[in-house]
Design a protein around this ligand. Sequence first.
Ligand code: DI6
Ligand code: FE
Length: 415
Amino acid sequence: MFTAKLKGAPMPVFTNARLATMDPKLPGLGIIEHGAVHADATGSITWVGPAKDAPASAEPALDLGGRLLTPGLIDCHTHLVWGGTRADEFEMRLAGRSYTDIAQAGGGIVSTVKATRTASQAELTQLAIKRARALMAEGVTTIEVKSGYGLDLESEMKQLRAARALPAALRNRLDVTTTFLGAHALPPEANGDKDRYIDLVCRDMMPAVARENLADAVDCFMEGIAFSGGQTARVFDAAKDHGLKVKLHADQLSNLGGAALAARYGALSADHLEYTDEAGAMAMGQAGTVAVILPGAFYYLRETQKPPIAHFRRHNVAMAVSTDANPGSSPILSLRLAMNMACLLFGLTVEEAILGVTRNAAKALGRTDIGVLKAGARCHLAIWDSLSPAALVYEMGSSPLYARVYGGMLEGTTS
Ligand code: DI6
Ligand code: FE
């Protein structure tokens, strides 16, 4: 579609767009009508504002015909690198077996662990490429990828290396941050000894992961079927020792006080949160911990308990929205579908859903250089064939994306 003159231009200039800047100093999405965005040769934004005030540029400007322009979307919680499939479990759950039941019978996460252990690193990257492309086709420019399907030193490292290899395998058109989730489930060889496995996570895996710089953060699944608050605290203490930020799968299936524990550790985010109470939400607000809303898992598990959105609003908790892309509880490779579900199932507004995949998703990753249009940020953009922000959320089955821009480089939607 774009053989446009801007393709490959050293200092791209986009003009005549309806900018949704996500500038926190402006109300809502920080809209600037008839705006322009300039970038430099390194792919960073140099100027954002009304086109009439734009500085002169030697480069030809691409006229976007008034289209909506947002920061590239951010999927801040995925488990994108996995082997095998869990379609059979989907069918079992349709026939009445519960997620917890299947997990306790040796299926669930552990069945994906078996398939992931037998796959090579190159195979895992190849599988993840296809999934990443589906996200990118909807304007996603940054994703987070967790480990947690290896559950032994070599397999966790293999998963993280496969994730780290993704950008190059995608010709440097995707920004990937990685999270070490060794404490995702108990591997079969641990014979039920959770404390000993947590020793392994903290003493063997984490130092090796940190030494090779394979993770940007550390996550833990705090739940009855996974790890306790005490075990989570040990993982977080070890993360602090290695200078790694923390995040938490919290209060997904029951209220174990995960949100409050995450806040106590100054976590970047607490994720899921269906069973979080008001005290947990208040603690998150005070700590600046982002609430990552994951409606895909809620939908696939046919949960009925919804996350306390009203408490998050009341206590000024920033909300992000993500796919939780994984083969078990959320086999969803559409961030726009997750946004749509967050609105229809949990009552988020269109503005909250869009802030949830831009500015607040960046915050959940501890990043200030993405998710907002401002000088100094990366020039990762999504240009929409619409004037209306609601178009991002409302229509499923076809994508309103007009073009994606990565590091200042313009792409068609199919590249
Ligand atoms: N919560 C989830 O929803 C995913 N992990 C987690 O801790 C599920 C992962 C899976 O079922 O494979
Ligand atoms: Fe998850």
